[in-house]
Design a protein around this ligand. Structure first.
Ligand code: BDR
Ligand code: CA
Length: 306
């Protein structure tokens, strides 16, 4: 059983990543969720995970972290995730509250107590970088950081940079240089694991969790629909599926350096053959097997949260 803490900015795909982990309770124990600004403000992304927990009767502790990147001004993503950060499903304001503890205190306390914890990072790396800077002696307690972000070649928010890294490049630089092993699920592998829009359309016929994901996908999928694509990556499920089924992926050990000063390349993940502090860069996956894990997860949760 692997113990995980999910650091996220929900976010349609962040929520679907949480569902994927929840469906694998025998393999992954979600100790807690920490939130950080990214897709939307800290208040909005925190409200989103709390609303979802209320709707499904979940009680995972949620701790709020930082509301802006370390240096760069905050630039949220309403085009991709809407004004709420999770447009589509209509849920009441949350009744449950976040824990009173700041995410950094929660991470410190938990890592002091636990033997080893895996961090699943689905958002700008602000919380994790500041945790590593503040409590470097606890870095050894982190089994690995399985994260969604970066790209070997391209970008989505800029030509050469992916949103989570571009939003807080200084944080990403701290994390990748920290000595903690990182498993990077960048744009290439996320694209390889895309869901067909026709597959997502079927969610409407499922149970409570599937129907909720149908509402998520109706908004989240618009980006692809508007471009005439037949599929879309659900980015943040990728590191969770890697934790469960690493054999589904093609990966390489690489150095990853973060470009901080480039006029056109700030936030780029520069991936090169390793010189000794390797991270694992996921490059490709078997789409049908990958998306099959996600589809099976929703079916399983439909039985549990009827
Ligand atoms: C990443 O950015 C966010 O919009 C998504 O939630 C994902 O974590 C994709 O670039
Ligand atoms: Ca995210």
């Amino acid at each position: 059983m692997r113990k995980i803490i999910i650091d996220c900015d929900p976010g349609h795909d962040d929520i679907m990543a949480v569902f994927t982990a929840l469906a694998h309770a025998e393999e992954l124990e979600i100790l807690g969720i920490t939130t950080v600004s990214g897709n939307q403000t800290l208040a909005k992304v925190t409200a989103n995970i709390l609303k979802v927990q209320d709707y499904f009767g979940l009680h995972i502790p949620v701790c709020m972290g930082y509301d802006s990147p370390i240096i760069k001004p905050r630039e949220v993503q309403p085009a991709a995730h809407g004004e709420s950060g999770m447009d589509g499903p209509v849920l009441p304001d949350p009744v449950s509250k976040p824990q009173p503890e700041h995410a950094l205190d929660y991470l410190r306390r938990t890592l002091e107590t636990e033997d080893k914890v895996t961090l699943v990072a689905l958002a700008p790396l602000t919380n994790i970088a500041l945790f590593l800077k503040t409590y470097p002696h606890l870095a050894g307690k982190i089994e690995c950081i399985a994260m969604m972000g970066g790209a070997v070649n391209g970008g989505n928010i800029q030509k050469k940079s992916e949103f989570n890294i571009w939003q807080d490049p200084e944080a990403a630089a701290i994390v990748f240089a920290s000595g903690v092993p990182v498993v990077m699920a960048g744009l290439e592998v996320c694209n390889a694991g895309s869901i067909l829009l026709s597959e997502a359309e079927e969610f409407r016929h499922g149970g409570k969790v599937s129907k909720f994901c149908y509402d998520l996908m109706k908004f989240y999928g618009l980006y692809a629909v508007n471009r005439g694509w037949d599929r879309t990556p659900i980015f943040d499920i990728t590191p969770v599926i890697w934790l469960l089924y690493p054999e589904l992926f093609k990966a390489e050990q690489m150095d990853v350096d973060i470009e901080l000063n480039g006029e056109f390349t700030r936030g780029m993940t520069v991936c090169t053959p390793t010189t000794g502090r390797p991270h694992t860069v996921l490059l490709d996956t078997d789409r049908e097997a990958f998306i099959g894990v996600f589809l099976a997860a929703l079916k399983k949760l439909d039985q549990i949260y009827a």
